[in-house]
Write a protein that binds this ligand. Structure first.
Ligand SMILES: [Ca+2]
Ligand SMILES: [Ca+2]
Ligand SMILES: [Ca+2]
Ligand SMILES: [Ca+2]
Length: 294
C-alpha cells in the first residue's frame, strides 16, 4: 500500500509540473472597453518579461494587436483605467509595457519614420519630453510606456530596442460578437457567424447577391470580360430562381455548371487569380446550400 501511495504521489507531482509548464506565467488585467473607439484593452504582464517582437506576435495570436495610442484621449484613458494613476503618481501596471509603435530600419534617428503596427496615421506622440526618443543606445526602435505620467496625456513613451525584455504589453482588440474572426467594426454581418463560408472575408456568409457584387467589382478592375460577366449573371439569376422554388438540387446544378464555365474561360475571359477567388466563393454557396439539405 505504501509503495502504491508513493507511486501515486510521484505521478501527481509529475502531472502538476507538466501542467505548470504549459500555463504561461503571466498576469492579465480584465478587458475594458474604451467608448472612444469601441475597442477593448488588456494589460498583460509576463513572468520574466517579454521583448516587443514577442509581444507583437503574442498580441496577434490573441486576435488583437499591440495597442495603438493614436490620441491624447486614448493615451490618458488607458493610463487612468489601468494605471489608476494621477499625474502625480506612476501607473505601475503600465510601466514597462510595450505598445504598437515602432521604427522601421533605415529611419532617420531619433524621431523619423515612427509608425503603428496597424498602419494608422502617426499624428499623436507622448514621448517623455526631456530626452525621448533618443535612440540611445543605437537601435532603439519600439515604444514602451515608461518615465511616469505627463499631465493631461497620461503615461509617457520611451524608445527601446525591440529585442529587449520588459514587463509586458498592452493588447488592443475589437469585439467579434459572432465569433467568425472578423471584428465587429469590419464585419458587414456582425451577428452572422460566417466561419467557413466567407471567401471575401467581409464577415457575411457568401451568397448569390454577394457573388454578383464580387464579380461586378472584378469587371470594374478589368480582370473579367464583360461577356463572361453577363453569362455569370444569367447563371446566378437562374440559380436564385431555383432557390426561390426551394429546388436545392437545381441551385447546386446551376452553380456547378457555372464553375465549369469559369474553369473553361480561365486565363481567357477571366484572370487566373480572379477565377480562383470567384470559384471559391461559388463553392462556399454550394456547400452552404448542401448544409441546409435534410
Ligand atoms: Ca530611449
Ligand atoms: Ca464577426
Ligand atoms: Ca462573405
Ligand atoms: Ca459576421
Amino acid at each position: 500500500m505504501t509503495s502504491l501511495r508513493a507511486v501515486r504521489s510521484v505521478v501527481l507531482i509529475i502531472v502538476l509540473v507538466l501542467i505548470m509548464g504549459f500555463v504561461r506565467g503571466e498576469w492579465v488585467s480584465p478587458s475594458v472597453q474604451w467608448k472612444g473607439n469601441g475597442h477593448y484593452y488588456q494589460v498583460v504582464h509576463i513572468d520574466g518579461g517579454i521583448s516587443w517582437d514577442d509581444a507583437k506576435a503574442a498580441a496577434e495570436a490573441e486576435g488583437g494587436y499591440l495597442a495603438t495610442l493614436t490620441s491624447a484621449a486614448e493615451n490618458e484613458w488607458l493610463t487612468t483605467t489601468f494605471g489608476g494613476g494621477t499625474p502625480e503618481g506612476f501607473p505601475a501596471y503600465l510601466d514597462g509595457c510595450w505598445i504598437g509603435g515602432y521604427q522601421p530600419p533605415g529611419s532617420a534617428e531619433p524621431d523619423g519614420g515612427w509608425t503603428w503596427v496597424t498602419g494608422e496615421a502617426w499624428n499623436f506622440t507622448n514621448w517623455w519630453p526631456p530626452i525621448e526618443p533618443n535612440n540611445n543606445p543605437d537601435g532603439e526602435n519600439a515604444v514602451v510606456l515608461e518615465h511616469g505620467l505627463l499631465p493631461g496625456t497620461g503615461a509617457a513613451w520611451n524608445d527601446l530596442n525591440s529585442s529587449w525584455v520588459r514587463r509586458g504589453y498592452v493588447l488592443e482588440y475589437s469585439a467579434d460578437s459572432d465569433g467568425d474572426g472578423v471584428p465587429d467594426d469590419q464585419d458587414a454581418c456582425p451577428d452572422e457567424d460566417a466561419t467557413g463560408f466567407d471567401a471575401d472575408g467581409d464577415g457575411c456568409i457568401d451568397n448569390m447577391p454577394g457573388l454578383i457584387g464580387t464579380v461586378k467589382r472584378l469587371v470594374d478592375e478589368g480582370v473579367i470580360n464583360k461577356q463572361l460577366y453577363k453569362s455569370i449573371v444569367s447563371h446566378v439569376t437562374n440559380a436564385a430562381k431555383s432557390a426561390k422554388k426551394e429546388n436545392i438540387n437545381a441551385v447546386i446544378g446551376q452553380l456547378t455548371a457555372l464553375i465549369h464555365e469559369i474553369d473553361a474561360q480561365t486565363t481567357k475571359k477571366i484572370s487566373q487569380e480572379s477565377a480562383e477567388q470567384v470559384v471559391e466563393y461559388i463553392e462556399n454557396i454550394i456547400r452552404w446550400y448542401r448544409s441546409q439539405m435534410p
